[in-house]
Design a protein around this ligand. Structure first.
Ligand SMILES: CC(=O)[C@@H](O)[C@H](O)COP(=O)(O)O
Ligand SMILES: NCC(=O)COP(=O)(O)O
Length: 238
């Protein structure tokens, strides 16, 4: 059965609006697990706009499923990961000005720099996932880099404005997922996944885990975290 991992960044976004203590992403993660989530995701941005170091440190002690730390492949972040030891690190591109991650990490362009980051994390006993666009060249390079997983960026699919565009983007995801599977990579998918577009995305049998943040947190504000997670799990299992 496909797994659901919940990204709790936006609980921290609300907390940081007042620079206070609530709502606590650590509590949100515990409730997401109670609702049935099989993983917790946090993106520790270099600008610390939402998730803080303290969150990651406590989550490492409290998450009972699997903690996936999204981060830029910088020296400082790799050192942080080695100290915290999440179960898995997802290397993502990062820009200060962006509202959210705008595209996949260009692993073809940054192949040499990424090789040492992947190796250092592996030497520290941490699995490595690369967040990439659904492009065969990116998938092949991720495999060459010895990544354990790829997370296919579903943003272009999620933002497609027409049926035809959505179908094209879905086919790109399908092709990339099949290639990654053939190469022996584990496959995750995420970004902009919601309670509607999951009807399409769940038709990608190679995807082992969906990583969902914004849509579930937005619903959780209205109906509660456990229910928001259970509703997404129900859609995934149909
Ligand atoms: C990698 C990805 O697609 C998202 O998880 C994103 O990195 C989340 O970061 P924000 O919560 O800052 O949008
Ligand atoms: N890796 C994708 C993720 O964690 C959540 O992205 P989104 O659902 O907040 O767009």
């Amino acid at each position: 059965m496909v797994r659901l991992a919940i990204n709790v960044d936006h609980v921290a976004t609300v907390r940081q609006a007042r620079r206070g203590a609530e709502p606590d992403p650590v509590t949100a993660a515990a409730l997401a697990e109670l609702g049935g989530a099989q993983g917790i995701v946090v993106h520790l941005r270099e600008d610390r706009r939402h998730i803080q170091d303290r969150d990651v440190e406590i989550l490492r002690k409290t998450v009972k499923t699997r903690l996936n730390l999204e981060m830029a492949a910088t020296k400082e972040m790799v050192e942080t990961a080695l100290a915290v030891k999440p179960d898995i690190v997802t290397l993502v591109p990062e820009k200060r000005q962006e509202l959210t991650t705008e595209g996949g990490l260009d692993v073809v362009l940054y192949e040499d720099a990424l090789r040492s980051a992947v190796k250092t994390l592996h030497d520290g006993g941490i699995l490595v996932s690369l967040f990439i666009n659904p492009d065969p060249r990116q998938v092949k390079t991720a495999h060459k880099l010895d990544a354990d997983c790829v997370e296919l960026h579903t943003g272009m699919f999620s933002e497609a404005r027409s049926f035809v565009q959505r179908q094209d983007e879905f086919e790109r995801l399908e092709t990339a997922a099949k290639l990654a599977h053939k190469l022996g990579l584990a496959i995750l998918a995420g970004h902009g996944v919601d309670y509607q577009n999951i009807y399409w995305l769940r038709n990608l049998p190679e995807v082992e885990e969906f990583s969902i943040g914004h849509a579930v947190i937005a619903r959780a504000m209205l109906v509660g975290m456990e229910r928001a997670v259970r509703e997404m799990l129900a859609l995934l299992s149909r």
